[in-house]
Design a protein around this ligand. Structure first.
Ligand code: NAD
Length: 481
C-alpha cells in the first residue's frame, strides 16, 4: 500500500509525521526544481516552521514544479505530496514523513497552472534549486546568456515560458498587471552570491522584453541571497526498498540525507516568510562571509579528499578520511586557511562538525563526483587561500599538496583515456597543454600552471609555488610515471 494522507495513521511509532492538521495547509511558496536537495533542505525547514505553530495560519505550504521531467510528480502525486526523509549516519537512520509539499506541477503541460499559482496573491515567495545549468549564465561574465536556446525561445514567446527567467518574469508581469506586489525570489542553488546573480539575470531577461517591467522588478522585487549546505545524494533503489520496509508502506521517492543542515539567508522578504529559524536557518546580512568559510573549509577539504582519494583508490569520502595521510592533509589545510577569511562562526567547531560529516559511512559520497570540474572549483576553494598565504610568506605546504594532487589526478586521467576521461569543461585545453611536454614533474607542472584561467599570471610566476608543486606531483605521480 502507498504512503498517502489516508495511510499516514498506519506508520510505525518511530516514524515522525506532520504534527499539524494537513487538511488546513494552504500554499504560500512555489518552488522551481523539486529535486532531492529541495526536499531534504528547504522543504524540511518549512516543515519545522509549520510544526512550530501547529495552530497557526498554516499558509506556507509548498507547490513544487519540475521544469523538465514528470518523474517527481508521477512519484509524489499518488502520495498527496508526502515523502519520507531518511537522515543517516553511522548510528543508523531516522525517518520522518514530510507534509509541507502540497502538489507538484510539471512544466511541459502545466505552464498555465504554474503561472497562475505564481501570480496568485497567496504566493509570497518563489524558490529555486535548478542546478547551475538552469541559470544559463555566460561563464566569462556571469551575466545571463541571452543566446542560450532556452532563453532565446522564451524571449521569442514570453507568454509560454520554459526557463526559470521566463517563468519568473511572466508571473511578475501578471502580478503587476493585477496590482499585486512581487513575490521574493529565493535561490538555494550553490552559486556564489546567488540572489544577486539571479536578480541580474532576471533584470536582463525582463529588460530585453519590456524595460518598464524591468524597472518595476528592479525597484520592487527582493532577491535574497542564501548559503546552503546539506549533502543529499541521489536516492538509490536499495534506499527505496529499505525505507519501504521500515515504513510498512510504499514510498516511490524518499530522500536520503545527512544529519547536518545549514541554511543562511538574507532576511529580505517584503511579503513575509515562514519561521524558518525553527528549522535551524540563520539570518545574516553577510552571506559572503559564510560562503567563504564554506568554500575554503568544506569545499577545499572536499577537493583535497577527492583528488588524493582518487589517486590512492578510495571511492568514497569516508573511506578517504579513514586514511591517516588524507585526514592529516585535511587538518593541515584547515590550519593554513584559518586566517585567510573572517569567520562568521567558530571555525574550530565548524571543522569538528565537518570531519564528523566526512566520516559518515552511510552516505557513500563519491570522490569521483567531487573530483569533477576541478578547473572551476580550484580557484575559489584552494587557490584563493593559497594566494593569501603566499602574499604573507606564510607556510602553505598543505594547500600546495592539495593542488599538486589535482595536477597528478589530471595527468593520470588524461594518460588513461585522453580528454574524454577528465570530466571538466577545460578538459580539451588541459589535454592539449599536456600533449607536447616531457613526462617530468617539472614539465607537467609548468604546462598546467600555464592555464591562466585557473592560476592567473601571479601564481604561474611564483617560484616558491612551482617548486612545492613539482615536489607534490613527483610524490603522487611516482607510481604512474
Ligand atoms: P536533482 O538532480 O535531484 O534536482 C535538480 C533539479 O533541477 C531538478 O528538478 C531538475 O529538473 C532541475 N534542473 C536541472 N537542470 C535544469 C535546467 N537546465 N533548467 C531547469 N531546471 C533544471 O539535484 P539536487 O540534488 O536536488 O541538487 C540541485 C541543486 O541544489 C544543485 O545543483 C545545487 O545547486 C543545490 N545543492 C545540492 C546539494 C546536494 O547535496 N544535492 C547541496 C547543496 C546545494
Amino acid at each position: 500500500e502507498r504512503l498517502s494522507n489516508a495511510t499516514l495513521g498506519r506508520l510505525p511509532a518511530g516514524v515522525a509525521r506532520p504534527p499539524y492538521d494537513r487538511s488546513r495547509l494552504t500554499p504560500g511558496l512555489v518552488h522551481l526544481g523539486v529535486g532531492a536537495f529541495h526536499r531534504a533542505h528547504q522543504a524540511v525547514c518549512t516543515e519545522a516552521a509549520l510544526a512550530s505553530e501547529p495552530d497557526g495560519a498554516l499558509d506556507w505550504g509548498i507547490v513544487g514544479a519540475s521544469l523538465r521531467s514528470p518523474a517527481t510528480r508521477a512519484a509524489l502525486a499518488p502520495q498527496d505530496g508526502l515523502y519520507s526523509l531518511a537522515v543517516r549516519d553511522g548510528l543508523g537512520e531516522r525517518l520522518a514523513v514530510v507534509g509541507a509539499l502540497l502538489d507538484v506541477l510539471v512544466l511541459p503541460g502545466s505552464a498555465e497552472a504554474l503561472l497562475g499559482r505564481m501570480a496568485d496573491p497567496a504566493t509570497r515567495i518563489v524558490g529555486l534549486t535548478v542546478t547551475e545549468k538552469g541559470y544559463h549564465l555566460d561563464p566569462a561574465s556571469g551575466a545571463l546568456d541571452l543566446a542560450a536556446p532556452a532563453v532565446a525561445a522564451d524571449l521569442a514567446s514570453p507568454r509560454a515560458p520554459g526557463s526559470v527567467h521566463g517563468l519568473i518574469v511572466e508571473a511578475l508581469r501578471r502580478r503587476r498587471a493585477a496590482g499585486l506586489a512581487p513575490f521574493a525570489v529565493l535561490s538555494s542553488d550553490n552559486l556564489s552570491d546567488n540572489g544577486r546573480v539571479l536578480r541580474r539575470a532576471v533584470l536582463a531577461f525582463a529588460g530585453a522584453l519590456d524595460p518598464e517591467l524591468a524597472r518595476w522588478i528592479e525597484g520592487e522585487a527582493a532577491f535574497p541571497s542564501t548559503m546552503v549546505d546539506r549533502i543529499t545524494p541521489a536516492t538509490t533503489e536499495a534506499d527505496r526498498l529499505r525505507i519501504d520496509r521500515a515504513l510498512g508502506l510504499e514510498d516511490a521517492w524518499p530522500v536520503v540525507t545527512e544529519p547536518f543542515s545549514q541554511w543562511v539567508i538574507e532576511d529580505d522578504f517584503p511579503l513575509g516568510r515562514p519561521a524558518w529559524e525553527a528549522g535551524g536557518a540563520v539570518f545574516s546580512s553577510d552571506i559572503g562571509a559564510w560562503e567563504r568559510m564554506k568554500l575554503r573549509m568544506l569545499n577545499g577539504a572536499h577537493s583535497a579528499i577527492a583528488y588524493l582519494g582518487q589517486l590512492k583508490g578510495h571511492p568514497t569520502v569516508d573511506a578517504a578520511v579513514a586514511d591517516p595521510e588524507i585526514a592529516g592533509l585535511v587538518e593541515g589545510l584547515w590550519a593554513e586557511t584559518a586566517g585567510t577569511f573572517a569567520a562568521p562562526s567558530d571555525p574550530a567547531a565548524y571543522a569538528r562538525a565537518l570531519m564528523a560529516r566526512f566520516r559518515n559511512p552511510a552516505l557513500g559520497h563519491r570522490t569521483a563526483q567531487i573530483a569533477m570540474d576541478g578547473s572551476q572549483k580550484l580557484p575559489p576553494r584552494l587557490l584563493a587561500p593559497l594566494r593569501d598565504r603566499l602574499a604573507k610568506g606564510a607556510p602553505c605546504g598543505h594547500l600546495t599538496t592539495a593542488v599538486g594532487a589535482w595536477m597528478a589526478y589530471v595527468v593520470v586521467r588524461i594518460r588513461a583515456g585522453g580528454a574524454a576521461a577528465l570530466d571538466d569543461p577545460l578538459a580539451d585545453k588541459i589535454a592539449a597543454r599536456l600533449a607536447g611536454v616531457d613526462r617530468t614533474p617539472a614539465a607537467l607542472v609548468g604546462a598546467l600552471l600555464s592555464l591562466e584561467a585557473v592560476f592567473g599570471r601571479d601564481l604561474a610566476d611564483s617560484e616558491t609555488l612551482r617548486e612545492a608543486l613539482v615536489e607534490a606531483v613527483e610524490r603522487y605521480l611516482g607510481g604512474y610515471a
